[in-house]
Structures are given as structure tokens and as C-alpha cells.
Design a protein around this ligand. Structure first.
Ligand code: TXE
Length: 481
């Protein structure tokens, strides 16, 4: 079986422990890769390599750095099919989705930040005729980048690209469940002749390799995407070391459909925002709130379309849901189904493990599931399930919808369906969310900030925000009058 070695100083090297973790293909339930089970020794080697590389890389001209990032983006595009198939076999999503979303956004991330550093600007002010102030920004050093298993290459490159674009070097640790495309990305770094040590990739578990990276004294900033519980552990470990932190955590996002919405479009897009990537996107709209006037019609259409979604082999073009990422995660999501049944919650669709072919019989598949009549205080409404499981709840007034939407500890994103411009602005302003989509979902413009409020994390990533996060500002004041 293929062993994924760490990538340190431009070379693939085995873990110091010489131990490996089995990584499973979630469609078959069979191990298909061995992932380095790294520890603090591997992290130390990677950080040393990144520190050495930082001296030259941080002084490289932006134009030079941009050339490397554009080359990496081109190589990602050239290897799109191989990357999409690897992503699908690792994470479970359909190959078409891996290609359309994860791999495309991965090359976009490198291109976007390559362009950003060619046009970024700083601030300067005049104090009458006596002094001139300007901001001088510098990269911080070795960036610690930790990414999750749901959008593996997409979210990993969303950290690596800005980190190195702004002149830092990096030690990245992808999720142990989905390490393959991170490994293939390192082959691309070699092909692009990215200077050794600029990006180092460490594979392994969170508590061992991840924790060692978070607490390493020569890593001044940590960019993390993952669960809120883990985000809390990372913040606890990093805060006493005064590290810069960006935490993109979980979500429990409302999807509010008013009775003046374009019903067909709202149903079509709500199916995507509920079940795309098996519902394993922190931005999924897992709480649907539908105004009473259209509730029955919406539910009828939505349930029919949910039942019609194909759950199956992620290699097939008409598959909409592949398996969930791991057996443990499937069991976690199933525990919510059991809880719903214990609470006597109405199941309008799904709720079962689908019967599939012998080859897929041991895969981690789950039918798209729709609940109704869920009490606001239920765990189903309050906790991030992170699977193909949504609830639909009727409401009467705008105020009632806003109150229910805001009534959870999370605040990552929200979606609003209405044809009224006035209502769109008013409701969007009232929602506790870092991003609000109106009559659409998952449209991402990297020029604008992204991130959550409340338990969905802290920090923002986007053009200006990544510039601020991945550099540190110094203000220089020169008296001349
Ligand atoms: O994430 P974890 P998991 C949510 C979702 C999911 C839950 C847990 O609800 O069920 O989080 O998922 C590394 N120090 N989201 O287990 O544990 C770990 O190795 C340093 C939402 O995948 O947060 C992996 O690389 N690192 C989220 C990364 O952190 C640690 C997407 C994420 O793992 C660590 C994914 C530690 N102590 C899950 N513990 C989103 N917002 O998109 C773990 N890691």
C-alpha cells in the first residue's frame, strides 16, 4: 500500500516513528493508503527547514513569488483528474464534485493570491506639514496551517497560498483522514521547483502532530479550520504563547425561505446547500425555516427531490451523495438519527443506511435525511451534525425567523430567499453570521472577508484580511517639518 511520507525541505522522508496510520476509502471501507504517523520530532525538522528557507523566501520579490504560485496553479489544473479521483477516494465525495469544487478552487486560491501580492498596497498619512507616517508590513516567519477532512485540498491551499504569497514559509498538517491530495500537492511543489523548505507537509493525527505544531515556539501564527471543540483546544494551547490565531470552526447555518421567494430556485438550491458533499461543509444550510404560506408546497417539492438524489458510487457521474468520510463520523451522525427517533421527531425522508452493491456494502453511506417538527431546543437544531441531515420548520413573521435563526451558539453563514430588496437588507443585517447569501449559496469572492462569529470561530480570511493575518504591520513616523 502507498505510504505517504512527510515532505520536508523539498524531499519526501519517512516519519521518525516509522509508524503509519491506515487511511480508508470510505466507499468500500477498505484501507487504501498508509499515512505517516508523525510526532514532535518530524514537526521540529519541518519547522527548522521552514525557518532556514524563510531568510531568502521573505526577501524574494513579490513578482518572483507570484510566478511560483501561478506555476503551481497551472500544475494543479494539469493534474485535475488525478487530484479529483484521489480526493474522492479519500473523502467520499463524488469525483465530479471534487473536480468542480475542490480542485478548481485549489488552483484559484494560488492564482488569486499570486495576483493579490502584485497589487497590494499599504497606508500612509500626512500630519500637516510636520510628519509623514507609513505602514510597513513584513511576513511573520513559519506559518502553522492545520486543515480538515471535508474539503481537503480546497481548505489546505486556502491557507498555503496566502501564507507563502505574503513571504512566510509554512508547515502544514492536513487531516489524517484525507491526506492524499496534500501529498500530491507536494509533488507539484517539487515540479514547480518551489525552493526547498518554503512549504513542508507533516502527516499524522491532531493530538500528536497537530499539537506539536501548535505549541512549537518558532511558529508565530496558526491558521486552523476544523471543529469548534478542537478550535478551543488549539486556542487554549496557543494563547499563552501569544500566537496569531485564525480559527474557522463549525456552523449550524439557517436557510430562511420567505413566501415571496422564487420557490423552484429556492428548492433547487436548498437541496444543494443541504446535501452537497454529503452535508459535510461547514457552510451547509442544515436548518431550513419556511414561511407558512408556502410551507406545504416547499416541503412536498423538497422531500421529493431529496428522495430522488442518488446515493452511491462516487465514481459515477450521476451520484450526488457519496459516503461520509469515516466509520466514526457515520456513527456520530447516526447517533443524531437515534436521538431524533427517541424525541419522536418526524422523519420526512431518509434516515436509513442505503442498500448498495456488494463492492460498496461496507461503505459509510447514509440517505439524505429530512426532519420536521423539531423543537428549537433540540440537539438536532442546536448541534452541528455535519452530515446529510436537515430540519424544516415553519414560521410566520420575519422577526420569528430571525430569532430562531440566531438562536444557536454558531454564526458562520446564513441564506435568505426573498424577492423583496428591503427584506433582504433588513434580515441580512439582523442575522448572526459572518456571511449571508441572498437568493444564492456558496458564492465565494476571496476579495471579501470570510469567517464566523460566536462559536464559529475568530479571524477572517480574504484579500485584505489574509494580508493582515499573514503579515505584521509596523508604523513608521518621520518628522520632517
Ligand atoms: O475535525 P478536527 P474533525 C466539524 C464537524 C466535525 C467536527 C470534527 O462537526 O464532525 O468538526 O471533525 C487536527 N491540535 N468540522 O474530527 O478534529 C486534525 O488532525 C492540533 C467543521 O475532522 O477539528 C485535522 O487536521 N490539531 C470544519 C484538523 O485538526 C488538531 C471542517 C481538523 O480536525 C488537534 C471539519 C489538536 N489538538 C470538521 N485535534 C469546518 N468548519 O469546515 C485535531 N487536530
Amino acid at each position: 500500500m502507498n505510504k505517504l511520507w512527510n515532505f520536508i525541505n523539498g524531499e519526501f522522508v519517512p516519519p521518525q516513528s516509522e509508524k503509519y496510520l491506515e487511511s480508508f476509502n470510505p466507499a468500500t471501507g477498505k484501507p487504501h493508503l498508509l499515512v505517516s504517523d508523525s510526532d514532535e520530532r518530524d514537526v521540529a525538522l519541518a519547522v527548522d527547514s521552514a525557518k532556514t528557507a524563510f531568510t531568502d523566501w521573505s526577501r524574494t520579490k513579490a513578482e518572483e513569488r507570484a510566478k511560483f504560485l501561478y506555476r503551481i496553479a497551472d500544475l494543479i489544473d494539469e493534474r485535475k483528474v488525478k487530484l479529483a479521483e484521489a480526493e474522492s477516494a479519500d473523502q467520499g465525495k463524488p469525483v465530479w464534485l471534487a473536480s468542480q469544487m475542490d480542485i478548481s478552487r485549489a488552483s484559484h486560491n494560488f492564482r488569486f493570491f499570486a495576483g493579490t501580492i502584485l497589487h497590494s498596497h499599504d497606508r500612509a498619512t500626512r500630519m500637516d506639514q510636520t510628519a509623514f507616517n507609513y505602514t510597513s508590513r513584513k511576513p511573520l516567519g513559519v506559518a502553522g496551517l492545520i486543515s480538515p477532512w471535508n474539503l481537503p485540498l480546497y481548505l489546505l491551499t486556502w491557507k498555503i497560498a496566502p501564507a507563502i504569497a505574503f513571504g512566510n514559509t509554512a508547515v502544514a498538517k492536513p487531516s489524517e483522514f484525507t491526506s492524499h491530495t496534500a501529498y500530491l500537492l507536494c509533488e507539484i511543489f517539487q515540479e514547480a521547483e518551489l525552493p526547498n523548505g518554503v512549504v513542508n507537509m507533516i502527516f499524522g493525527t491532531g493530538p500528536r502532530a497537530g499539537q506539536a505544531l501548535v505549541t512549537h515556539p518558532d511558529v508565530p501564527l496558526i491558521s486552523f479550520t476544523g471543529g469548534t471543540t478542537t478550535g478551543r483546544a488549539i486556542a487554549t494551547a496557543a494563547a499563552p504563547m501569544f500566537k496569531k490565531l485564525s480559527l474557522e470552526l463549525g456552523g449550524k447555518n439557517p436557510n430562511i425561505i420567505f413566501d415571496d421567494a422564487d420557490l423552484e430556485e429556492a428548492v433547487r438550491m436548498s437541496i444543494r446547500s443541504s446535501f452537497l458533499n454529503q452535508g459535510e461543509i461547514c457552510l451547509c444550510g442544515s436548518r431550513l425555516y419556511v414561511q407558512r404560506g408556502i410551507y406545504n408546497e416547499f416541503v412536498e417539492k423538497f422531500v421529493a427531490q431529496a428522495k430522488a438524489l442518488k446515493v452511491g458510487d462516487p465514481r459515477e457521474k450521476d451520484t450526488f451523495l457519496g459516503p461520509l468520510v469515516s466509520k466514526d463520523h457515520l456513527e456520530k451522525v447516526e447517533s443524531f438519527l437515534k436521538h431524533a427517533r427517541d424525541e419522536g421527531i418526524q422523519i420526512l425522508a431518509g434516515g436509513n443506511l442505503p442498500k448498495l452493491s456488494a463492492e460498496l456494502a461496507n461503505g459509510y453511506f447514509l440517505e439524505p435525511t429530512v426532519f420536521a417538527g423539531v423543537k428549537h431546543v433540540s440537539r438536532i437544531q442546536q448541534e452541528e451534525i455535519f452530515g446529510p441531515v436537515v430540519s424544516i420548520t415553519p414560521f410566520d413573521t420575519d422577526e420569528e425567523a430571525i430569532e430562531m435563526a440566531n438562536g444557536v451558539t454558531y454564526g458562520l453563514s446564513a441564506t435568505v430567499w426573498t424577492k423583496s430588496l428591503q427584506r433582504a437588507h433588513t434580515v441580512a443585517e439582523e442575522l448572526h453570521a459572518g456571511t449571508v447569501w441572498v437568493n444564492t449559496w456558496l458564492m465565494r469572492d476571496l476579495r471579501l472577508p470570510f469567517g464566523g462569529v460566536k462559536a464559529s470561530g475568530l479571524g477572517r480570511e480574504g484579500q485584505e484580511e489574509s494580508f493582515e493575518f499573514f503579515t505584521e504591520a509596523k508604523t513608521i513616523c518621520i518628522k520632517h517639518g
